[in-house]
Write a protein that binds this ligand. Structure first.
Ligand SMILES: Cc1ncc(COP(=O)(O)O)c(C=O)c1O
Length: 485
């Protein structure tokens, strides 16, 4: 039986279904499998010709017991999840002409046009599948810096066993991202625009952690989350690393590099775990914007929180990359006590300086850099003029980071992850291209359509958020379940 435990060591081991439905572990830690599967080159060779869905089936089968989900059920869940994607390849790879052996992994062909669709399409369907089977209901809560929210809202919309509470920092995401959440008419989707968040989306994560710690409330509304605290997100995101690798290599075993625009480290935690499973990646580039917590971790061994900067790549304006703790667990021989001690130290002091041994255990195979706003805009401009290819600001951070580090990366193939469609960031694109008109590649029908719809949203000040959510979520639960309102 494949089991899951908290990376902080509290509570008992649970099965896959419990880990997915709970979100956080009971001690507030993050669920991790008790061991990581190892994938040999022979196995990788057999997977070389597989399409994305078949490959996902193989990889997910390593983490999920057949007694929990049968082969037929898993295949059906995957097919349903990826049916609304625009491209049959799900995540195409685009080779650049002006940069040697460089590919853009286009992760934005899902319905809400960011890479969050890739993980959430499957995860929300999976949660719904488990709930229907048990005849149970859940209130999902997520915090978003602009992309998790739309994807959660989209995939939850209309599902009778789920409701979604989607918190976003008002004014710190684009209008386009906001409307992706607020224009859904479904009664089970509740966007909450939160004003006065001094630390942006991180403030919302803290409120969610408090709600989780409130056990009577958590039990009452059957609280869960599909933020990347949920193991299902990380597991699903390992797949695109394998897929991208197998698409670009000439032979299995060839070493390549990847550059990943990073915020909370959910995406790159999945990449790091994919490499621990056996994927031949020489270097991962941790691409930060000026909110450079991950850069400090990977260059100085320092996990520290600083004041937030608003940047053009707003979805990675994140101060605390909480999924780093999940990755670190696998770098320190799964020593949960160490993770618990460091997280506690961080909570009390606002920083942790790792010792040399720990630093080398996690930093091997990673390079990091913090990309300025100016360089991000220049890269969008450069790629558009040289390549006629329009990057979104996050993809631009990834390409710019790899550019800065090109001498250290050498001449291996490089995949840069483009995590969102530029249509979500029209003001940034206009500024970067110095134009008043967005080129066609920078538009998307879904974004244009959302402009014509009414918005439906709760608004709340950050200082009242916890209390307000306790009230409104309890009332909603009671109304829905025919108890007293
Ligand atoms: C467009 C985009 N790129 C990159 C990221 C960073 O991903 P992660 O937070 O998993 O590091 C996010 C999400 O926060 C995002 O929305």
């Amino acid at each position: 039986m494949i089991q899951y435990v908290s990376n902080k060591g509290g509570g008992a081991a649970v099965d896959f279904e419990t880990a997915i439905l709970d979100g956080f572990a009971v001690d507030g830690g993050l669920y991790v499998p008790t061991s990581l599967p190892k994938i040999s080159l022979e196995q990788l060779k057999k997977w070389k010709q597989l399409g994305y869905i078949d490959l996902a089936f193989e990889i997910l089968s390593l983490f999920i017991d057949r007694s929990v989900i049968s082969e037929v059920e898993l295949k059906a869940l995957l097919r349903t999840a990826y049916a609304p994607f625009e491209k049959s390849s799900i995540i195409p790879l685009h080779q650049l002409k002006s940069k040697k052996e460089t590919y853009i992994m286009e992760l934005f062909y899902g319905p809400t046009i960011s890479f969050k669709d890739v993980g959430l399409a499957f995860l929300v369907n999976l949660v719904d599948f488990f709930l229907k089977r048990k005849n149970e209901y859940k209130s999902l809560i997520v915090a978003t810096t602009g992309d998790t929210g739309p994807a959660t809202a989209f995939f939850t919309a209309g599902k009778s066993n789920l409701s979604a509470w989607v918190l976003y920092p008002k004014g710190l995401i684009t209008e386009e991202q906001e409307r992706q959440m607020t224009t859904l008419p479904h009664a089970n989707v509740h966007p909450v625009g939160v004003s006065n968040c001094p630390d942006g989306g991180d403030d919302l994560d803290l409120v969610i952690a408090k709600l989780y710690a409130n056990i009577p409330f958590k039990d009452k509304v059957h609280l869960s989350s599909v933020n990347s605290i949920n193991w299902g997100r990380i597991m699903m995101q390992t797949v695109h690393y394998f897929y991208g690798y197998l698409q670009v290599v000439d032979f299995v075993g060839e070493e390549i590099n990847m550059s990943v625009p990073s915020g909370a480290f959910g995406n790159l935690c999945a990449g790091g775990l994919a490499r621990k499973m056996g994927l031949p990646i020489t270097k991962f580039v941790v691409a930060n914007n000026t909110n450079a917590c991950l850069h400090r971790i990977f260059s100085e061994g320092l996990f520290s929180k600083q004041a937030i900067f608003e940047t053009p790549s707003s979805a990675i304006d994140i101060l605390i990359p909480y999924n780093f703790w999940r990755f670190l667990y696998f770098c320190v021989d799964q020593d949960a006590k160490k993770i618990n001690d460091w997280s506690t130290e961080f909570m009390h002091k606002g920083k942790v300086q790792f010792d040399n041994e720990t630093y080398s255990s996690y930093s091997q195979g990673f390079l990091s850099v913090s990309i300025s706003d100016k360089r991000t805009l220049e890269m969008i401009h450069e790629m558009y003029t040289k390549e006629n290819y329009l990057l979104d600001p996050h993809g631009a951070v990834a390409v710019a980071a790899a550019d800065v580090l090109k001498d250290k990366l050498g001449d291996k193939k490089l995949i840069c992850l483009a995590t969102a469609h530029p249509a979500k960031f029209p003001q940034v694109i206009k500024e970067a291209l110095q134009t008043r008109h967005i080129p066609e590649e920078g538009k998307h029908d879904s974004i244009e359509e959302a402009k014509t719809k009414c918005e439906k949203v709760y608004l709340c000040d950050h200082s009242y958020l916890e209390e307000a959510l306790l009230n409104v979520m309890t009332t909603d639960w009671d109304l829905k379940h025919n108890n007293k309102a």
